[in-house]
Ligand binder design. Structure first.
Ligand code: SF4
Length: 400
């Protein structure tokens, strides 16, 4: 059959779609470029937000009489709706160990674990992906060696909670140290980590491993202790601030050269019963920490989770106002941080060429635009930053 994959959600789902593609090719199916040209459609679901679930369920109705497979993060209540329509369901475990059919030659997602044991009260992942499972370290390292041999410049390790990775005696810091020792030149990063598992040993490993880019994504979710407790996040605002301080100090000590460590985070606004004062505490944490980027979401209840049993008490327009308040603070802060990049030189990975421009990212994971010149996708170059806005840098290639 001719197949097409529709992917919703995070990098993990995009990575899983590459594994699903292998599974389909091995069964003799052939990929096509559009859904309309396909007889078989795989929809890779995301259950993190209600909006994504609705969009995916709508898709299943629009596809007429094509064969549909639903994969990814699907809550049991949505699984029932899908099977009632005769849609087959593939669980993430069905393809976790499959080799991916890679879409990008120079940047590779490498899943190291899947699932989660944390049961944050708002999150569907433990219900859709099940408990934590780590891949064997030897298999991960071999996969990375092959990628590097084929010219991959960037390795992004993936997992719902990478810092609880464990393969017998190999934990996450040890896995990073092993990958860092590979001889090739490449960028190494990972998503996503949980503040409660960010140990001193891990912080030291990040700062000392020169192939790990100076960029850490550390989801905070709230700046208020009572809300963090209700979210079952198992850390306090004080602990979070201490981690940020330790990370910045470790990078200053072991990597004093510019650029400094970039830190990004996630926040959820409008968690049930979040008072205005509690939301102000989130703004205070943002003021104090000065994040390079914030990914924020308005709370929506996920069926079956602990938080879904509490009334979704914050009105939609109040959630919108709180999201806007974070956005305007972020805009000021990221502009101030990005302006410090002006006239500095930084490594850039070119990701795509469009029209007269090359688009890429800096080694601190900031979006950058340069004149196309002779640049090609997949090149790592030195660039001089010429101007900065809150969401993007502009620069010029610097001759080596
Ligand atoms: S750590 Fe919490 S938010 Fe992250 S996947 Fe696990 S349950 Fe969800």
């Amino acid at each position: 059959m001719k197949y097409f994959i529709i992917t919703y959600g995070c990098q993990m789902n995009h990575s899983d779609s590459e594994k699903i593609a292998t599974q389909l090719e091995l069964a003799g199916h052939k990929s096509v470029k559009t859904a309309s040209a396909a007889d078989l459609i795989v929809i890779n679901f995301c259950s993190v937000r209600q909006g994504a679930v609705h969009r995916a369920l709508d898709q299943t109705q629009k596809l007429g009489n094509k064969k549909i497979i639903a994969a990814g993060c699907i809550l049991p209540s949505d699984q029932k709706k899908l099977t009632a329509k005769n849609i087959s369901i593939w669980h993430p475990d069905d393809y976790f160990y499959q080799a991916p059919l890679r879409q990008n030659k120079f940047s590779a997602f490498v899943p190291i674990m899947t699932g989660c044991n944390n049961f944050c009260s708002y999150c569907a992942v433990p219900f859709t992906r099940g408990r934590e499972k780590s891949r064997p370290a030897a298999e991960i390292v071999n996969e990375i060696k092959k990628l590097l041999k084929n010219g991959t410049k960037e390795i992004i390790l993936l997992g719902q909670n990478v810092n609880s990775y464990q393969d017998q005696k190999i934990d996450f810091p040890l896995l990073l140290q092993t990958i860092n020792k590979l001889p090739d030149n490449f960028w190494l990063s990972f998503l996503s980590s949980h503040p409660k598992d960010m140990s001193d040993r891990l912080i030291k490993t990040l700062a000392q491993s020169k192939k790990i880019i100076p960029y850490v994504h550390l989801p905070a979710q709230s700046g208020d202790n009572k809300i963090l407790q209700a979210m079952k996040r198992n850390y306090t605002v004080g602990h979070y601030k201490t981690l940020v301080k330790k990370l910045r100090l470790a990078f200053k000590k072991y990597r004093p050269a510019w650029p400094p460590l970039a830190i990004t985070t996630d926040f959820i606004v409008g968690f049930p019963k979040e008072t205005d004062q509690q939301f102000q505490n989130t703004l205070k944490l943002i003021q104090a920490t000065k994040f390079d980027m914030i990914y924020f979401a308005r709370y929506s209840p996920r069926p079956g989770t602990a938080a879904a049993k509490i009334k979704d008490s914050i009105p939609a327009n109040e959630k919108r106002c709180r999201a806007q308040a974070i956005n305007s603070l972020l805009k000021q802060q990221s502009l101030a941080i990005n302006k410090k990049y002006t006239n500095k030189n930084i490594d850039v990975l070119i990701e795509r060429i469009s029209g007269q421009f090359a688009f890429g990212k800096t080694s601190t994971n900031k979006a950058i635009q340069l004149p196309k010149g002779k640049l090609r996708s997949g090149q790592v170059i030195k660039a001089k930053i010429t101007s900065a806005s809150p969401w993007c840098l502009k620069g010029l290639e610097k001759p080596r």
